[in-house]
Write a protein that binds this ligand. Structure first.
Ligand code: DP6
Length: 362
C-alpha cells in the first residue's frame, strides 16, 4: 500500500494533545458481543464526574522507524498489560487512521481513581485515546470536523478498543446499540438521549461507589462477554435487554423513579445471574456485596426515598440516588455501609458532563 504523505508542517518536533474522559456506569448492561466488537444488545449509561482518565499524547513523524507506541505510562509508571492492549489496538485501527503508519507516539495516562476500585478504567482510557487520535488526525490533515462528526468518530473508534468506552463521549443519558425505539441508534457508536427523552431529575443522579472488595477480578469483562456466545439464556437475555430498555426509556421520560430503579436493579442482578449460569460459572459478588444490597433495600423501605443500586461485573456496588437526598444518604452510608466496605472506602461520584480537552500538562 502506498505510504501516506504527511503535510510538511508535520515534519517538526513532537506535538502534544490531551483529553480528559470519564468512566461511565451502565443502567442497561452491555453483556455479550457479536463481530466486530458490536454489542449483543443495546445498552444505556451515564458518565461519571470524578472517575476520569487524563491522557496526553506526544506525536511526531517517524522517520527513524521507532515503534508506533514508543512510550506508555499509567500514573507515571510503565504498565506492560495496558501498553500491549493499546499497541495492538493502534495497529488494528491503522486502516481507519492511515496516518498512524508514519508516526510514533508517547502516551501518558493519568487515572483519577484507583485501579482496585473496580471502575472500568478501560472505558475512560479508550475514550480519551480515541479523542486524542481524532484531534491528531485534525492536526495532521489540517482539517476540522464538525463537533458532532468528531464525537461520533471518537465514539466509533473507542468502541473498537473497549465496547463500553463508546458511551463515555457524551453527557447525560447515552445509549449504544441498535434499537427500534431510537432512530439513528447504531451498533457502531453511541448516541446521547436528547432532553425531551430525559426528565430533568435524572440529571441530578449521584453515584456512591461502595468498595466491597478491591481484590483483582476473577474474570475480565472480555472473557465474560465471550461466555455469552454459548450461553443457554443468550436469546432470552437479548429479549429482556430490549424490553428493559423500552421500560427504562418510558420511566426516564416521565420521571417514574419506582420503575427506573426496578429496571436498573433487575439489570444488575441479571448480569450477575448470567455470570453464575455461564459455563464455567463465576460468582463475582463477595459476602459484603450481598450485605450492602440488603442494607440498601432495607433503607429504601424504611426511608421511602427513591434510590437503588447497580453493579458492574465485579463485587462493588453503585448506590444511585438524587442530589436532593444527599445529606440523608451520606449519613446512611457512613453509619450502615462504610463498615461493610474494604477499609471503609467509597467514592462520592455523580453524573458528569463528558470529556474535555486538556491544554496543560497535569
Ligand atoms: C459489565 O466494555 O469492559 O460494564 O468491550 O470487552 O472492553 P470490552 O468490555 P467492557 O464491558 C463492560 C461490561 C459492563 C456493562 C456495561 O458497561 O454496559
Amino acid at each position: 500500500m502506498a505510504e501516506q504523505v504527511l503535510p510538511n508542517h508535520f515534519k517538526t518536533p513532537a506535538k502534544r494533545i490531551g483529553w480528559k474522559s470519564p468512566a461511565n456506569i451502565a443502567l442497561i448492561k452491555y453483556w455479550g458481543k457479536q463481530p466486530v466488537q458490536q454489542p449483543m444488545n443495546p445498552s444505556l449509561s451515564f458518565v461519571l464526574n470524578n472517575s476520569t482518565v487524563s491522557m496526553f499524547v506526544d506525536f511526531e513523524d517517524n522517520s527513524s522507524n521507532k515503534p508506533m507506541l514508543e512510550v506508555f505510562s499509567v500514573n507515571g509508571q510503565p504498565n506492560e498489560p495496558f501498553r500491549q492492549r493499546f499497541s495492538s489496538y493502534l495497529q488494528s485501527i491503522v486502516p481507519i487512521m492511515p496516518f498512524l503508519r508514519n508516526i510514533s507516539l508517547r502516551i501518558e495516562s493519568h487515572s483519577s481513581f484507583p485501579h482496585s476500585a473496580g471502575i472500568a478504567s478501560s472505558a475512560a482510557a479508550f475514550s480519551a485515546l480515541a479523542l486524542c487520535l481524532c484531534s491528531m488526525e485534525e492536526a495532521i490533515l489540517v482539517k476540522k470536523m464538525m463537533p458532532e462528526d468528531f464525537l461520533r468518530k471518537a465514539s466509533n473508534l473507542s468502541r473498537l478498543g473497549s465496547g463500553s468506552a463508546c458511551r463515555s463521549l457524551y453527557p447525560g443519558m447515552v445509549m449504544w446499540g441498535e434499537s427500534s425505539k431510537i432512530p439513528d441508534s447504531s451498533n457502531d457508536y453511541a448516541l446521547p438521549l436528547d432532553n425531551q427523552r430525559v426528565h430533568p431529575s435524572y440529571l441530578t443522579l449521584k453515584d456512591a461507589i461502595l468498595i466491597a472488595s478491591d481484590q483483582q477480578k476473577a474474570v475480565s469483562s472480555s472473557q465474560g462477554h465471550e461466555l455469552m456466545n454459548n450461553h443457554p439464556y443468550r436469546e432470552s437475555r437479548k429479549a429482556q435487554a430490549a424490553a428493559n430498555l423500552g421500560k427504562l426509556m418510558i420511566a426516564l421520560a416521565g420521571g417514574n423513579h419506582k420503575t427506573f430503579f426496578e429496571v436498573v436493579e433487575e439489570e444488575a442482578l441479571t448480569l450477575h445471574g448470567l455470570m453464575m449460569s455461564s459455563s464455567p460459572g463465576y460468582v463475582l459478588m463477595k459476602p459484603n456485596t450481598l450485605r450492602i444490597l440488603d442494607e440498601i433495600r432495607t433503607f429504601r423501605n424504611q426511608s421511602g426515598l427513591h434510590l437503588g443500586f447497580t453493579m458492574d461485573a465485579g463485587p462493588n456496588v453503585h448506590l444511585l440516588y438524587f442530589e436532593s437526598d444527599r445529606q440523608t444518604v451520606k449519613s446512611f452510608i457512613e453509619s450502615r455501609i462504610q463498615p461493610l466496605c474494604q477499609e471503609g472506602r467509597w467514592i462520592d461520584d455523580a453524573m458528569g458532563t463528558g470529556p474535555s480537552i486538556l491544554t496543560q500538562k497535569p
